[in-house]
Design a protein around this ligand. Sequence first.
Ligand SMILES: [Zn+2]
Length: 447
Amino acid sequence: MPSPDPRLTGETVELLQTLIRNACVNDGTAASGQEERNVAVLDDVLAEVPREHFEPLPGRRSVVATVEGRDPDAPTILLMGHTDVVPVSPDDWREDPFGGELIDGEVWGRGAVDMLNLTTSMAVAVRELANRPEPPRSTIRFLGVADEEAGGTWGAGWLTEHAWESVASDYVLTESGGMPFDTPDGRRVVMATAEKGIGWRKLVVHGTPGHGSMPYGADNALVTAAEVVRRLSTYLPAARLDDRWRAWVRTLPVDDALRTALLDPDRIGAALAELDPKLSRYCHAVTHTTFSPNVVRGGNKTNIVPDRVELEVDIRTVPGVADAEVEAMLHEAIGPELMGRVDIEDLVTRREASSSPTDTPMYDLLRRRAEAVNPGAEVMPWTIVGGTDASFFRARGVPSYGAGMFSPAVSLPEFALRFHGHDERIDVDSLGLSTQLWLDLADGLAD
Ligand SMILES: [Zn+2]
């Protein structure tokens, strides 16, 4: 297997430093992010590669660069990296979160693992492919995409709806894969093949207004809402256990009795309580559709019994549960007598849970590359409990994987700590490994 080229690794390091310093922080407001600044830098890197630009909102600019392959029968591969990052709490960092400094072999800053590391390695690899005398076998598209951190509405969501011909591909590769971790059973490397759906709802709880001086027997919307919240917080819908879960359970440091219980849909609820809390949160989320009541608004005067309270509930569906099933679950959780006083409203565009098959030539190639970098390791598919832009492409039937290649310095637990966390950083070795991965894939589907 070719090893990373130090020249290209150095270019990825420099490009990553520049994008971190641009601080394209997307806090969800229209004026934030201004990803056009990172796109301008990527345009310089990809100056010789044919490009298209899309800017559905001022500043929310995305770029597509395409290197035509030499084999019309080879699949087209889209390398998709977002250019925005999430906000920071600078006081909690040991280094400047937007300094992009290279310290002891690590590049520091917001976006170093989510996901400017991959975005920059993709851009450098695509430029390299374009410069080679012989084109790659596959047509390779690079998409530097805006707005992922606010749900992708003005990035991948918009592009798949309004510019499909420019991004259409046979495979999509994006974030959340290639992290190794060690288990009692040997090393594993994860590749993301699935993610949960987003089914946020607003619950409007109704009551009858009255004077706060006479609460006895009042139809108080806030009291009803409190009971709705309590029921949601204790609701445990049926578990969905799939092959990804079974592979995951094999990696957990637990005894056989607990392992068996975690694989039993009737016993998993009790078994989760026996896990370390750091593990149980993910294990619960990846096996259950979850309901987290996170916002409440209601009441307007201390002496008035409120007749209306709004609750915003973060609902995440597991693959295999359609969004249309969410309402029935809400009815089950809240119960028929209380549901009579609750209206359900949509909050955002919904995203169905999604998954991609592992019996594809691309997954096989990713597996082989990860095994080559991690001899003796087992590569396993896993489910992302948050959302990524992969879902927009899976919704159109395109197999999409969270890929990349990380050194053991960014093991899966370490990755999880740095992802949206303090002291986000990436080692230079990982940057080299990811850059090399994209180069290998461009010709790899020749076998
Ligand atoms: Zn990301």
